[in-house]
Write a protein that binds this ligand. Structure first.
Ligand SMILES: Cc1cc2nc3c(=O)[nH]c(=O)nc-3n(C[C@H](O)[C@H](O)[C@H](O)COP(=O)(O)O)c2cc1C
Length: 188
């Protein structure tokens, strides 16, 4: 059995819009017999290192707030910089799910995947999605001929499948050296 840690950086926390995406992901992870733990960063970041160590893979989630991920996610990234390229992150696969009203989510998805990849996390193909209010409304319009081209809640099954495929796969990646001294130290 593999351990999947869901890290929710949204402002809405366990009751927000993003939490609906999380519930779908939990349902599909259950079909893969994964052990699941979920952290809503808005509430607490207790014992984060222990949870990161426990995980074999991650799902990172956030809403979109002025073109960026939530401040709880930013704080998480700042606080876990000390674990860059460590066993807590290294080569563990991650999916990313972003919610938004209409604009900015794809750039967040791509940037967050980029950051995660740089700290040592593996990003599987087709493992990220953005779900928007505008898509949600368009999906239910009388013209549904474009629906296949929208990310939908059903696509979360694919996201989870590709995450679990990567989690169960052997790999032979290498890490480059990382300066583990205080990342906040002055350099000028
Ligand atoms: C402060 C704030 C800023 C927002 N900025 C954007 C934005 O730039 N683009 C967008 O499409 N939606 C924006 N939204 C809408 C949220 O991204 C959307 O409702 C999202 O699903 C919220 O997730 P949550 O309920 O899990 O926090 C914003 C919402 C808030 C509260």
């Amino acid at each position: 059995m593999k351990n999947i840690l869901i890290i929710n950086g949204s402002l809405g926390g366990r009751n927000g819009n993003t939490s609906v995406l999380i519930k779908d992901a939990q349902k599909y992870l259950g079909q893969h017999q994964a052990n699941i733990d979920t952290i809503h960063l808005e509430e607490s970041e207790d014992a984060i290192a222990g949870k990161l160590a426990w995980a074999n893979g991650f799902i990172f989630t956030s809403g979109t707030y002025w073109d960026s991920w939530g401040s709880p996610m930013q704080k998480f990234l700042e606080q876990t910089t000390q674990y860059e390229a460590s066993d807590l992150f290294l080569f563990k696969p991650a999916s990313v799910m972003i919610s938004m009203h209409s604009v900015g989510g794809k750039s967040i998805l791509s940037r967050l995947q980029g950051v995660l990849n740089t700290i040592g996390i593996a990003i599987p193909p087709m493992s990220g999605l953005v779900y928007s209010l505008s898509t949600h409304l368009a999906m239910n319009s009388s013209d549904n001929s474009f629906n296949d081209d929208f990310w939908s809640l059903e696509d979360i099954e694919v996201i989870v499948h590709n995450l679990m495929t990567a989690v169960n796969k052997k790999h032979d990646y290498k890490s480059w050296p990382v300066d583990r001294k205080d990342p906040k130290r002055k350099w000028l």
